[in-house]
Design a binder for this molecule. Sequence first.
Ligand code: DER
Length: 224
Amino acid sequence: GGTDEQKRRAAETAVEAVEDGMVVGLGTGSTTAFAIRAIGDLVADGMDVRGVPTSFASRELARECGIPLADLDEIDAVDLAIDGADQVAGDALVKGGGAAHAREKVVDAFADRFLVVADPSKVADVLSHPVPVEVLPAARTTVAAAVSDLGGDPELRRAERKDGPVVTDNGNLVLDCDFGPIDDPAALAASLSALPGVVEHGIFVGLADVVYVGTEDGVDVLDC
Ligand code: DER
């Protein structure tokens, strides 16, 4: 991954788009964490901002940073969503490194503008990162078989500090599915969405409005 300085630059550039009165979708991951902290500073300076978290983790960090929170089901618009990515290629992303992609996709897609924040290690010509697929626990074997039929190599995501698999905020499991280079992300996204037992996959096509890539000496802005 990239350096904290690269991540901070991307995040703080995205936060420049936050204006008084906005409802802001708060993504998940280490890069977006810099954005959440920067929004906390805006709130401390008196800006009226409400955050819509995309995970337990982003909710906890937003609370620590003093950002007033709104639940997705109580707001009728999200002005801006700021979120990270595991890989960026053109207008397609792979997300889900933090196993939060189901709620992230709801918030990111619903937002009027979706800003991605990343470091240079995330940018590629073609998506090739394993695709996180959130599955109903009972369906992990049937989905794994279907993923194999689609040419993917499914691996149940094991937890680090817990015996057994990672369990998402929604109580589901995650299969990391390695398809190698993904020439047609939209087609693979449609195939994965059609599989019974798939709750959500981490291919985001055509959702991001702009990608901010923090570098050593600035920020590259990729229009999607
Ligand atoms: O889980 C996610 O979708 C995160 O946004 C992830 O893709 C990026 O996390 P990072 O900023 O810590 O690399």
